[in-house]
Design a protein around this ligand. Structure first.
Ligand SMILES: Cc1cc2nc3c(=O)[nH]c(=O)nc-3n(C[C@H](O)[C@H](O)[C@H](O)COP(=O)(O)O)c2cc1C
Length: 140
């Protein structure tokens, strides 16, 4: 059975709502799913999973959250090339630049994303929730 990790950071719950939908979609497609906050995940956990969905909102000025999420991601980035990976997250006033930069960073690290990233403006609407479920299913 495919083992999928959903790893997210969320300050006000919007990315968490997306993470819950990703997990639901992956479970629905038959994967065994564990959900972690960024501070709970790292290199020690990574080896147990075939697929990882990473969720982080736009923070700072169009960057990943810098105290927990970015250090976690930096720590495992070099080990993600052989995994099935997908990205999601919520944003506010921007235009999604943080996600384009994150996708470019993955590409530079040799990480191939298995499906289109999902971004939601603030709280995910029904379409974004469905896209998150589809993202989870694509990882399963
Ligand atoms: C400190 C801080 C910085 C932010 N920076 C950006 C930004 O650069 N671009 C943007 O579109 N939204 C930005 N936002 C808005 C958040 O991305 C948005 O509120 C998002 O829904 C938060 O997701 P969460 O509920 O999962 O924490 C920022 C919010 C905070 C609190």
């Amino acid at each position: 059975m495919n083992k999928t990790a959903v790893v997210y950071w969320s300050g006000t719950g919007n990315t968490k709502a997306m993470a819950d939908a990703v997990a639901e979609g992956a479970r629905g497609a038959g994967a065994a799913v564990d959900v972690f906050t960024a501070s709970e995940f790292g290199q020690d956990k990574l080896s147990g999973f075939d697929s990882v969905a990473f969720g982080c909102p736009a923070m700072g000025a169009e960057v990943l959250e810098e105290s927990e999420f970015d250090p976690m991601f930096t720590g495992i980035e070099a080990s993600l090339a052989g995994k099935k990976v997908a990205l999601f997250g919520s944003y506010g006033w921007g235009d999604g630049q943080w996600m384009r930069d994150w996708e470019d960073r993955c590409s530079s690290a040799g990480i191939s994303l298995v499906t289109e990233s999902v971004i939601a403006n603030n709280a995910p609407d029904d379409e974004a929730v469905n896209n998150c479920k589809a993202l989870g299913a694509a990882l399963a």
